[in-house]
Design a protein around this ligand. Structure first.
Ligand code: NAD
Length: 249
């Protein structure tokens, strides 16, 4: 398969290596310094594009792929208010799009079990729940897209919580928001050195604490999932999330 990489940073470079190991060819690499090469003609040399850039640039890159008729896998996080608009554009334009807040297989299993756990805990009013996420200091968005998906899984199943709120603590710095109401689900975000991504769901009561935790050891799991998504989407039309790809039912 021929692949275009849109965003050639930390993730783009690992995706390149994994794609080549899986016998694919990288036919286009776009980053800040060669935007002029992002043309329909160049994109159409690829069977699929994989997008890991920034929240500010992802929408433009999706638009280019839709216009060129090239399926796109989107890993960039921090732009999801625009998702309904992209879904509509994808469907009216008969395009191919798949996204994930987190492409790792382990995290997608975690998402599923998180919902089952929240359903069980809905019957246990003595536990207070919160989500914690830790990422490297260069991460642009907070909370992480993964933490938002975890929080949404809890909100769907736990009646006591109505919306999530975020408290961001930069490396060694002060929290920027520390007011929560009883029906707020708190997501605490920490930015520490080079942590690839750690997410913990904590149910705490007077007598005990239950912690459910996923720790990414490196970025390879995200990159492999993105390449698997690229292989999966090439013969499909429509708007998909990674849940459609991993069969976790
Ligand atoms: N969904 C997942 O599984 C997953 C996993 C890890 C990271 N991410 C997300 O992926 C994104 C990228 O992560 P990263 O760690 O590679 O970041 P990074 O900062 O290392 O790389 C981003 C790259 O995008 C480039 N860029 C800027 N403008 C661009 C444009 N217009 N077109 C193409 N490239 C452009 C930057 O120069 C940089 O090289 C972030 O949003 C991150 O949160 C998602």
């Amino acid at each position: 398969m021929n692949i275009a990489l849109l965003g050639y940073g930390k993730m783009g470079k690992i995706i390149e290596k994994i794609a080549i190991d899986r016998k694919h060819e990288i036919v286009l690499k776009i980053d800040l310094d060669n935007q002029d090469e992002l043309t329909a003609e160049n994109l159409q040399k690829a069977d699929v594009a994989i997008e890991f850039s920034t929240p500010a640039t992802v929408l433009g890159n999706i638009e280019h792929c839709f216009n060129a008729g090239v399926p796109i896998v989107v890993g960039t996080t921090g732009w999801y208010e625009q998702l309904p608009q992209i879904k509509q554009q994808c469907e009216t334009g008969n395009n191919s799009f798949i996204y994930a807040t987190n492409f790792s297989v382990g995290v997608n299993i975690f998402f599923h079990v998180n919902k089952v756990l929240a359903k069980l805990m809905n019957k246990q009013p003595y536990y207070e729940v919160q989500v914690e996420e830790i990422h490297h200091v260069q991460k642009l968005d907070a909370p992480s897209g993964t933490a938002i998906t975890i929080a949404e899984g809890i909100l769907e199943n736990l009646d006591a919580k109505k919306q999530w709120v975020n408290v961001l603590t930069a490396d060694g710095g002060e929290s920027v928001n520390d007011s929560t109401k009883a029906d707020d689900l708190l997501i605490e975000s920490y930015r520490i050195d080079s942590v690839p991504g750690t997410h913990t769901v904590i149910y705490d009561s007077e007598v005990d604490t239950i912690e459910f935790k996923h720790t990414a050891h490196n970025r390879n799991g995200f990159a492999l999932g993105a390449v698997l998504a690229a292989e999966w989407i090439t013969d499909k039309k429509g708007f998909f999330s990674v849940k459609d790809m991993f069969d976790l039912s």
